[in-house]
Design a protein around this ligand. Structure first.
Ligand code: HEC
Length: 125
């Protein structure tokens, strides 16, 4: 009997973690970005990702930056992973296009990066 309960709760935990994983990075319910973060995003991130996160900027098009307002963008990201990528920068070639995000380490604090990534994730539809 206890084994059965243990099995059921194990399955429930697995289901919940699967659901969280499928969700990806998302701001908490009721999230509202403050003005400072919006301004910081406009200053540091929008030249590539666009004010609206859709990446329809000159640099965004050149590099083929994906649309942050799509849920898929955040699917495989966590706050930790995206923090590391923004701090360390990122360089890769996707479909023949060179994509580069310069490291923000030293220019933004990890707390600012988290706030910016949550804001960016809040732009998703
Ligand atoms: C010089 C252009 C540029 C700027 C400025 C820039 N990024 Fe990026 N960023 C990129 C590129 C290129 C990618 C990878 C391609 C993509 O996302 O489709 C990327 C990817 C990301 C990702 C997703 C990483 C992944 O694994 O998919 C996050 C999150 C992100 N940027 C956040 C930010 C934040 C927050 C800022 C502002 C502090 C910022 N970016 C500023 C170019 C930029």
């Amino acid at each position: 009997m206890t084994r059965r309960i243990a099995l059921v709760s194990l399955l429930a935990t697995l289901l919940v973690s699967q659901a969280l994983l499928a969700e990806g990075l998302a701001p908490p319910p009721g999230y509202k970005a403050d003005k400072k973060i919006k301004r910081l995003f406009a200053a540091k991130c929008a030249s590539c990702h666009g004010d609206d996160g859709r990446g329809k900027t000159e640099l965004g098009r050149e590099m083929g930056i994906a649309d942050m307002t799509r849920a898929e963008y955040w699917q495989n990201l966590t706050l930790e992973v995206s923090r590391q990528e923004v701090l360390d920068g990122l360089k890769r070639t996707v479909k023949g296009k060179e994509q580069e995000m310069k490291p923000f380490k030293g220019r933004l604090t990890p707390e600012q990066v988290d706030a910016l990534n949550l804001y960016a994730a809040s732009l998703r539809k």
